[in-house]
Design a protein around this ligand. Sequence first.
Ligand SMILES: [Zn+2]
Ligand SMILES: [Zn+2]
Length: 282
Amino acid sequence: MSRGARLQIGNVEVWALPDGAADLGAQAAHPIEGEPPIDWPPIAERNPDSVHGPDHHWRIHNNCYLIRSAGRAIVVDLGVGVGPYPPYQRMHGRLPTALADVDTTFEDVDTVFFTHCHPDHVAWSMVEDEGRPRFPSARYLLHEKDWQEFTGRDPVPRYVERFVRPLDTLEVLDLLPGETALTPEVTAIEAPGHTPGHMAVVISSNGEQAIISGDVFNHPIYVTEPWREFVADLDRRQGIATRETLLDRIEAEGMTLIAEHFPEPGFGHVIRAEGKRWFRAL
Ligand SMILES: [Zn+2]
Ligand SMILES: [Zn+2]
């Protein structure tokens, strides 16, 4: 009997694979010069598990997802891993347990899709001491612009050398040039700004829609105030434009929002109240 959280979108099943949460030492958003201050209490009231402490510092959650569609088993993102990942202090990811909780083995997975090439999204890719992919039957997918961005740096970040480069060396990594259908019901779309090749996953089946938004919305405040810059976006103006475009689409199409860094399982809707948008968990 599965212990995981499931969302049904038409014929498609989406299972949450929580990798764990960490209390960060700063807030999730900071006003830049000329912007109004942030009114944290209403954000905290609606999203109590996305903040911690009297200063509303950021409690970041790390959800990966399993999509079952058209006979395929696709894992979206691979979390923080066993660390150490300094911003997350002593957090030790639990994705393997989460996968077992939804009655799935590493061998069952045929596709691993990375929304982008950041250390909190790729870290369970390899069995490092054996030098082999952790998902032995899977192709691993990443937008080619993120491959170029992160392997083109000098030095190449250590997590890229540990978790991403070996996939290419072992010839299990496919670089995507842009929007790609993963199944007839599941499509990876470009959602740039956070990174140049950042992608989101749109699920559409039997008239129902959902979107796994990767790092487009890192904290519920960015649903309510998408116009604020996010400090970790490589192109902050593009990040804002992508947030606003996706929010309009989510509302127009009645999509369920699946947010990787929101409290587990990260399933919710965008609602309107008090003249603003808010994330409301299912
Ligand atoms: Zn990121
Ligand atoms: Zn992230």
